[in-house]
Design a protein around this ligand. Sequence first.
Ligand SMILES: CC(C)(COP(=O)(O)OP(=O)(O)OC[C@H]1O[C@@H](n2cnc3c(N)ncnc32)[C@H](O)[C@@H]1OP(=O)(O)O)[C@@H](O)C(=O)NCCC(=O)NCCS
Length: 171
Amino acid sequence: MFILRELERGDIPAINSWRRNRALIASLGAPFRYIGAEIDEAWFDSYLKSRGNTVRCAIVDGSLSEDPLIGLVTLAGIDWVSRRATLHIMIGSQSNQGRGAGTFAVQEMLRHAFDDLGLHRVELDVLEDNAAAIHVYEKVGFKREGTRREAAFKCGRWVDLIHMGILSADY
Ligand SMILES: CC(C)(COP(=O)(O)OP(=O)(O)OC[C@H]1O[C@@H](n2cnc3c(N)ncnc32)[C@H](O)[C@@H]1OP(=O)(O)O)[C@@H](O)C(=O)NCCC(=O)NCCS
């Protein structure tokens, strides 16, 4: 039912609407910013030039005839010497969360990282109060590796970031 495919230019309007959603961005480590369409066009152009160290995939729900694009999952900053990368994910609308797409997309991206790209380690940071995301990451094999104290300023307050990682041997 769910598939990953590479991000396309036509996906930008949906992603831009997600990035303008304060409630969604509140669950990410990154700060909320007002992001116009041109900025996301430039962001996509920059991705096309950095495919050597970034993988951006759309999460698609094939059972939805309207708006099958439901999320975005990324392996960013691939370091080909240490063979590690950072994972980011978002399911764009609340109605599509809790339906298994996040678990699928993280597992599929780990398979790509370890079985296709030969990476050794995938890591991420997650807000300490994002219990659903931490649950998904632990379920697929990520381990908590430390706390980055008050590393994120979110919605007017400081929040700890939990650093998590998974090695190819854990996978
Ligand atoms: C976090 C996110 C990627 C998870 O994807 P999803 O498709 O909603 O997750 P799934 O449906 O695959 O799985 C959710 C799991 O979390 C569990 N869960 C939900 N709320 C929870 C909570 N408050 N505490 C603990 N576990 C919770 C569910 O029971 C389910 O676990 P199970 O499969 O073992 O029953 C998605 O909700 C999302 O994009 N959220 C907003 C952005 C975000 O937080 N991104 C991650 C930033 S690090």
